[in-house]
Design a binder for this molecule. Structure first.
Ligand SMILES: NC(=O)C1=CN([C@@H]2O[C@H](COP(=O)(O)OP(=O)(O)OC[C@H]3O[C@@H](n4cnc5c(N)ncnc54)[C@H](O)[C@@H]3O)[C@@H](O)[C@H]2O)C=CC1
Ligand SMILES: O=C([O-])C1=[NH+]CCC1
Length: 308
C-alpha cells in the first residue's frame, strides 16, 4: 500500500479561502437535503472526567466519490490548547482504501462559519449593516471573516464572557466591545451565537424584528444558548432535522417547530423567510458531509498547486 498522506493545519490554511468554501458548503447543504448523502447522526461519547466529548462523523457522497469520517473532540474547559480538535480520514470510495488524513481544526473553524454565511445569504434580509457576535473565540473570528466575504457591515458589536478577550477581538475587527449581550444585539441585523454556554444567553426581548440569527453553540441535548421563548417565535431552519431533534437542546427543550432544512431552501423546496419583519434562526450543529467536501476541496487545491 502507498504511504498514507497527511495534510497539516498550516497546509489547509495556505490553500483554503472563504471565497472557495462558501459555494462548496452551499452544495453540501443542498446534497444533504436532497438525500444524496449517506450520513447517520453523529455519535458522541462524553469524557466525563475532563468535561470533554468525542464525536464520530462518517459520510458517503457517491456522486462526489467521497467516503470520509471526521473524528472531533470538544473540551470546553481547555485553556492552553484549542477547545476543538479534529482529523478527517478520507478513504477511496471505490475500494475502501484509506488515502489521506487531513487535520480538521482549521476546516472545522472555517466550514462552520462558511455554512452560517450560506444560511445568512438565503435567510437574512438584504444588505445587513450591523453584525453582533456573542462569544469571542475561534468561531467568532471565523464567522466575522466568512460573513465579511459576503457583506460590508457598518458596525460589528461583540459581547463575551471574558472582558479581555472581547476587547482584544474588538480591536482586531475594529468593532465595539459591549458590556452586555443586550447591548450587542439590540440593533443587529445578523446575530451569531458562538459560545460554550449551556444556558440561554440570547433573550427574545432584545432581538429586533427582521433580524437573522446563526445559533452555532449548544450542540448537546441538554445545552441551550437561546431563550426558549425566542426559539418558539422565530422561523426555525436547521442543517439536519434528525440531528436537531437528537442533539439540539435549543430545539428539543423549547419544542419549537422546525420550518425546514437550509438545504431545502437552497433547493427551492421551501421559500425561506416569509416577511421582512420575521426573525429567522439557523440552528447549526455541523454535518459530516461539510467536513468531507471541505477536505476534498483542500486535497484538490493542493494537488493542483503541486502539478502547476
Ligand atoms: N455548529 C457547528 O458546526 C460547530 C459548533 N461549534 C460550537 O461553537 C461554539 C464556539 O466554538 P469555538 O469558538 O471553537 O470555541 P472557543 O473555545 O474558541 O470559544 C468559546 C467562547 O465561548 C465563551 N464561553 C464559554 N462559556 C461561556 C458561558 N457560560 N457563557 C458565555 N460565554 C461562554 C468563551 O469565553 C469563548 O468566547 C461552541 O459551542 C462549539 O461547540 C464549534 C464547531 C462547529
Ligand atoms: O460539527 C462539528 O465539528 C462540531 N459541532 C459541535 C462541536 C463540533
Amino acid at each position: 500500500m502507498e504511504q498514507m498522506k497527511f495534510i497539516s493545519a498550516s497546509q489547509v490554511k495556505n490553500v483554503l479561502t472563504f471565497e472557495l468554501l462558501i459555494p462548496q458548503m452551499e452544495k453540501a447543504l443542498a446534497k444533504f437535503s436532497d438525500k444524496k448523502v449517506v450520513q447517520p447522526v453523529r455519535s458522541v461519547i462524553p469524557v466525563k472526567e475532563y468535561g470533554g466529548f468525542f464525536g464520530l462523523m462518517p459520510s458517503l457522497c457517491s456522486e462526489d466519490n467521497v467516503l470520509a469520517t471526521k473524528l472531533v473532540s470538544f473540551y470546553p474547559n481547555n485553556k492552553d490548547v484549542p477547545t476543538h480538535n479534529a482529523v478527517i480520514a478520507m478513504f477511496n470510495a471505490s475500494n475502501g482504501v484509506p488515502e489521506v488524513i487531513v487535520d480538521g481544526e482549521v476546516i472545522t473553524a472555517m466550514r462552520t462559519a462558511a455554512v452560517s454565511a450560506v444560511a445568512t445569504k438565503f435567510l437574512s434580509n438584504k444588505n445587513p449593516k450591523v453584525l453582533a457576535l456573542l462569544g469571542s473565540g475561534v468561531q467568532a473570528r471565523s464567522h466575522y471573516q466568512a460573513l465579511s466575504t459576503l457583506y460590508k457591515f457598518e458596525e460589528i458589536r461583540i459581547w463575551g464572557r471574558t472582558k479581555t478577550n472581547v476587547e482584544l477581538l474588538a480591536s482586531e475587527l475594529n468593532g465595539i466591545a459591549c458590556q452586555t449581550a443586550e447591548d450587542a444585539v439590540k440593533e443587529a441585523d445578523v446575530i451569531v451565537t458562538v459560545t460554550s454556554s449551556t444556558i440561554p444567553i440570547l433573550k427574545k426581548e432584545w432581538v429586533k424584528p427582521g433580524a437573522h440569527i446563526n445559533a452555532v453553540g449548544a450542540c448537546r441535548p441538554d445545552w441551550q444558548e437561546i431563550d426558549p421563548e425566542l426559539m418558539r417565535l422565530v422561523s426555525l431552519f436547521v442543517d439536519s432535522r434528525d440531528a436537531a431533534l437528537t442533539e439540539s437542546g435549543d430545539v428539543i427543550l423549547s419544542k419549537a417547530d422546525i420550518e425546514a432544512e437550509v438545504g431545502e431552501v437552497i433547493l427551492g423546496k421551501n421559500g425561506g423567510r416569509k416577511t421582512a419583519t420575521d426573525v429567522t434562526l439557523f440552528k447549526s450543529l455541523g454535518l459530516a458531509i461539510e467536513d468531507a467536501l471541505s477536505a476534498k476541496l483542500v486535497c484538490d487545491l493542493l494537488s493542483s498547486s503541486y502539478s502547476s
